[in-house]
Structure formats: structure tokens, C-alpha cells
Design a protein around this ligand. Structure first.
Ligand code: SF4
Length: 365
């Protein structure tokens, strides 16, 4: 790596992995512990101003100001749902006025104390895959986020949780705007940073990366032995219906997905989660449940049946309770481990498939 000088664009420290940050400090002729100190300032203390990095010498801080920068995403607004779900809007740095959303889904014990604090993060501004039920897919695609911009969402919400609930976040799902595995490097780098003990130090078991089924990248996760959980947004259990609502299935059908899933399980022996949005009279018949049960046989897996939150302009609608019951009975009779998830935050459009930038209230934080 070459350190850029005053005449060049400054080096964005939040675009470097931990190893690249090490190289950066080596090139400056610094001892290796300096790299860890910088990493901690960036990712544990969330400091973006070199003057606040008080364990670095004055000279070093001045040098860093000349050659490096630490851009960060900016909180813009938020909305809070009746069920406690909070949706945040963040502004990205750059020429274009790009924004992304992240969602905090808190679970509480009976006494009101916070239990699980799950953050759903965005990995791209918009999405190329155009799934017919998805509000993000309708925006088109603008750009992928850097790993620093993904970690920033987590850090902001983690700090807010500490302040509001007296504890940090407990789980992360990469299920916000964008297809995470279409931004593979940044997603994996961000998850590796978040799990680093010099950062938030979250267990990799508490991180789930979701995908519409990008088979090459699923195999890559396995080959690289990435320690995070995998969730596949399935949403239809035969090619005909999946082709209709998820264009990716036209080029990567269920046969290819099966091969990738089996490769993943053979390498990692980690169960797969399938996400299945239940749409009224589209994919909610007992026959659909049978086909889903066949897919679950590919490798040890569990299924989340998600009650869809209707999106304006989308013909698919949430399944009725009666049809959900029959669907679940069919799955249970076939020994499928399935849980019904009632999508949270639907009154603020923070549910599954609903993230598409709407302004909320300033936080006043
Ligand atoms: Fe993209 Fe996921 Fe929405 Fe499909 S469901 S359009 S992959 S964000």
C-alpha cells in the first residue's frame, strides 16, 4: 500500500481492513501497537477526529491530519414504532445525497428490561435485483456501501442502545437495503471488524448474513470459512413462482441454489435459515408447504415464515391467518422446524421488504 500525500486524496482510514491499517502504520514507520490504538479509536470508541485520539503523540496526530481522513455517515432522522422498533435514516458522505436506513428491533423481558437488541443494517443504496415485493428493489441501484459505512450504522445504534437500555446491541442481521452478497467484500470486512475484540467484539454466532441466493458467494463464504450465519431469502419453493417474484431465479434457479447450500453445509456443518414471506394465495397453499419441506431436506435447516407487510404498489398481499395455520400444519406434519415471525415496525415501514427511505423525526440526541 502507498500512503497518499498532501497532493493526493487523503487515505480514508475507514476503508482499510485491520491488516491494511497495520500496513498503513508500518509505512509511517510506527510500531505495530499504534495500529491497534488507531483501530480502537475508530471502531471501539467511535472517534472520527484525530485531536481526540489522546494516546497518540501531537506530532503523529498532525501527520495523520495531513494524510488521512475518517469520514462517517451522519444521522439524519428516525421514526419509532408503537412496538419499540426504531428506524434510522443516515446520510452518506460523498457528492450525491445518498441515504440508507437501519432498523433496531428490541425485545424486552416482562419487567421491561432489554433482552435482545437486534440491528438490521443496509449494505447498498438501492438494489439491482428488483424483487417484485420489495420497496428497496423499486428504488433502483445507486452504489454499494464501504465496510466503514456499514460499521458506522452499527456503532451509532450500539451507542444509542448503551445510553437508552444500559447495554449494547446483541445481534446483527444484514437484511436492510441491498443484497449483502452483492457487496461481498465490504459485508465480510464489516462483520469481521464488528466481531474483533478491539471493536464491538460481538460473537460471529450473533451475526446473520442474508442473500437472495447468490450461489458463487455462498460457496465463497464456505470456502473462506466465514463464521457468520447464513439466511436465504427463498420466498417461493418452486422455480415457476420464484421466477415470477425474484428475477435472480431466472439465472440462478433452485438447482443451483441446492448445490450451493449443500456445498456450504458440507464445508461448515452450519444449519441454514430460509426466510419465507407468506403471500396471500400465491405461495401459501399446502402444496407450497410440501415443496418448502422438500427444500429443507437439502441440508439441516430451519424456516422463518414471515408475515408480509403490504407495500404500496405491490399486488402481493399478506397471507390470511387461516391459510397461515394450514401452511404451518403441513410443515409440522413434515417435521420442518419453522417459526412464524410477525414482521416488526410495520407502522413505520420498517418491516421486511419495506425499507425505501422516508423521512422521520429528528432524534434530538
Ligand atoms: Fe434487493 Fe433484497 Fe429487495 Fe430483492 S429483497 S430487491 S435482493 S433488497
Amino acid at each position: 500500500m502507498t500512503i497518499q500525500t498532501d497532493t493526493d486524496e487523503k487515505t480514508n482510514l475507514k476503508s482499510l481492513t485491520k491488516e491494511e491499517l497495520q500496513e498503513f502504520t508500518e509505512e509511517l514507520g510506527l510500531q505495530s501497537f499504534r495500529s491497534d490504538q488507531l483501530f480502537q479509536w475508530l471502531y471501539q470508541k467511535g472517534v472520527h477526529n484525530f485531536d481526540e485520539m489522546t494516546n497518540l503523540s501531537k506530532d503523529l496526530r498532525s501527520r495523520l491530519k495531513e494524510i488521512a481522513k475518517v469520514p462517517t455517515i451522519e444521522y439524519a432522522t428516525h421514526q419509532e414504532s408503537e412496538d419499540g422498533t426504531m428506524k434510522f435514516l443516515f446520510k452518506l458522505q460523498g457528492e450525491k445525497d445518498h441515504k440508507v436506513e437501519a432498523v433496531l428491533i428490541p425485545d424486552f423481558y416482562e419487567d421491561g428490561a432489554a433482552n435482545r437488541l437486534t440491528v438490521c443494517v443496509s449494505s447498498q443504496v438501492g438494489c439491482v435485483f428488483g424483487c417484485s415485493f420489495c420497496a428497496t428493489g423499486k428504488m433502483g441501484f445507486f452504489r454499494s456501501l464501504t465496510h466503514g459505512e456499514i460499521v458506522d450504522q452499527v456503532q451509532y445504534i450500539d451507542a444509542l442502545c448503551e445510553e437508552r437500555f444500559g447495554k449494547g446491541i446483541t445481534n446483527i442481521v444484514y437484511m436492510g437495503m441491498g443484497e449483502p452478497l452483492h457487496n461481498y467484500k465490504a459485508v465480510v470486512n464489516s462483520a469481521n471488524i464488528i466481531t474483533d475484540e478491539l471493536s464491538i467484539g460481538l460473537s460471529p454466532k450473533r451475526i446473520t448474513v442474508s442473500t437472495v441466493g447468490l450461489t458463487k458467494q455462498i460457496k465463497k463464504l464456505a470456502d473462506e470459512r466465514q463464521p457468520f450465519n447464513l439466511a436465504i431469502s427463498l420466498h417461493a419453493a418452486n422455480d415457476e413462482k420464484r421466477d415470477e417474484i425474484m428475477p435472480i431465479n431466472n439465472s440462478m434457479g433452485l438447482d443451483k441454489l441446492k448445490e450451493a447450500v449443500q456445498h456450504y453445509y458440507d464445508k461448515l456443518h452450519r444449519p441454514i435459515t430460509y426466510e419465507y414471506l407468506l403471500f396471500d394465495e400465491f405461495n401459501d397453499s399446502p402444496e407450497d408447504a410440501q415443496q418448502l419441506a422438500d427444500i429443507v431436506q437439502w441440508a439441516p435447516s430451519k424456516v422463518n415464515i414471515i408475515m408480509y407487510n403490504d407495500v404500496a404498489g405491490v399486488a402481493l398481499k399478506r397471507a390470511r391467518e387461516q391459510r397461515l395455520d394450514a401452511f404451518m400444519q403441513e410443515l409440522v406434519s413434515r417435521n420442518v422446524t419453522a417459526t412464524v415471525r410477525r414482521s416488526r415496525g410495520d407502522d413505520i415501514d420498517a418491516g421486511c421488504g419495506q425499507l425505501a427511505i422516508k423521512e422521520g423525526q429528528p432524534m434530538g440526541k
